[in-house]
Design a protein around this ligand. Structure first.
Ligand code: PLP
Length: 395
């Protein structure tokens, strides 16, 4: 089945669309899958866990046989911490490529773990580039691992994963990927990328509900991670070994979330997999961004860096504009937006992922047009400082 030509069914009458990158708008089928109870020890649930792991690995495409999938209870951050605690060394250094909130959180996580890091800090949204990473790795033989955030959801930048993977592989170091908000809509393929482990969660591009994350790691890395974790509940090796042996999660699994996720995985496959999911999100983004630009809004990032996941817009300079009021008036029209996370200028974000299509996105921009009129905002153009900030990216 290809992309549906008509509008997707509304999530539920009266329920707003979540233009946020998870939790996001899920289908009725996903929600309905949660309407029964499952025994965590039972064979039926073990089969569900096996199906979940297999389904996720298959999204890697060619070369997936070398990898295994380990679900971890909790939100995405728990899975990131599990990956870092299980795969980064205690003595050698990990280079964190930071250009937003999630890169910063990874640095903070490593501080909690007491493990040595080097940080390439690119600020709020500038991308890390291959040559600078290559130079850092060349200069410091103590760096053994590198962490990249695939889509930095705080600005919406799609970081140059292939370029970084190539630089890390050429320097013979180990790559870890936070693909939380990208996996399932943007390829992460071992046939093109060299990575030890990556992490994502249930409530982003696969369009499930929140409750677990998952680490997809090379089997050799999973074997080697024995005894490396700082934490009993976040030990990826232990969770993996237990699942391999018993088919079960070590501690109470989020049974209903798993049932919902399997439904979401089926829908992902029926839509056409990673390529089709990514295509729908790009169409969503393009419809939404062009509508917003027509109103005078400007994106933080140039087209080259805009992810199909979430887009940051500058707040208009017009004094009649206030984001809290804009938010409330958009909500009254059925759309929940997301505040910005930039430190330098005021911004807000609009997500493109979830059970939404271009029709919904055009509804968003039509609502934004009405709301600007209601607020008495004459122009949605950003202040001059915002554009000066953006020029830095081009430089
Ligand atoms: C969502 C997200 C996370 C995890 O966030 P949680 O709120 O813990 O689910 C981590 N990294 C990135 C890039 C994300 O988008």
């Amino acid at each position: 089945m290809t992309q549906q030509p008509t509008a997707l069914p509304k999530p539920k009458l009266g329920e707003p669309y979540l233009l946020t990158p998870g939790p996001l708008t899920t289908s009725i089928d996903v929600k309905e899958a949660m309407l029964r109870d499952w025994g965590s020890w039972d064979g039926d649930f073990k089969a569900m866990t096996a199906e979940l792991r297999k389904g996720l690995i298959s999204l890697l495409g060619d070369g997936s046989e070398a990898y295994d999938c380990v679900p971890i209870q909790g939100s995405g951050t728990f899975a990131v911490e599990a990956m870092l605690g299980s795969f980064t060394p205690k003595t050698k250094k990990t280079l964190i490529l930071s250009n937003g909130a999630y890169g910063k959180r990874a640095v903070e996580t490593m501080a909690y773990l007491g493990r040595p890091v080097e940080v390439l800090d690119k600020g709020d949204y500038l991308p890390p580039r291959g040559p600078e990473v290559a130079a850092l790795l060349k200069a410091d033989p103590e760096i053994s691992h590198v962490l990249i955030v695939h889509c930095e959801t705080s600005s919406g930048i799609l970081n140059p994963l292939q370029e970084i993977s190539d630089a890390v592989a050429a320097a013979d170091r180990t790559l870890l990927i936070d693909s939380m908000s990208a996996f399932g809509s943007i390829p992460v393929e071992p046939s093109k990328l060299q990575f030890a482990a990556m992490v994502s969660s249930a409530n982003k591009c696969i369009e499930g509900v929140p409750g677990f994350g998952f680490v997809i790691a090379h089997r050799a890395e999973l074997e080697a991670a024995k005894g490396n974790s700082h934490s009993i509940s976040l030990d990826v090796h232990a969770q993996w070994a237990h699942m391999e042996k018993s088919g079960q999660w070590r501690f109470t699994p989020p049974t209903h979330v798993v049932a919902a996720f399997l439904e979401a995985l089926r829908a992902h496959k029926a839509e056409g997999g990673v390529a089709a999911r990514g295509a729908r999100y790009r169409t969503n983004r393009d419809a939404m961004v062009s509508g917003m630009r027509a109103l005078g809004f400007e994106t933080l990032l140039d087209a080259e860096w805009l992810s199909p996941i979430i887009v940051t817009f500058f707040c208009p300079a017009d004094p009649a504009f206030s984001f809290p009021r804009f938010y409330e008036l958009m909500k009254a029209r059925g759309f929940i937006l997301y505040p910005g996370k930039l430190t330098v200028v005021d911004s807000f974000r609009v997500g493109c992922i979830g059970q939404m299509d271009e029709h919904v996105m055009r509804g968003v921009t039509a609502a934004a047009s009405d709301v600007l009129k209601e607020m008495g905002v004459e122009s949605a153009a950003p202040p001059a400082e915002a554009l000066a900030e953006r020029a830095k990216l081009a430089a």
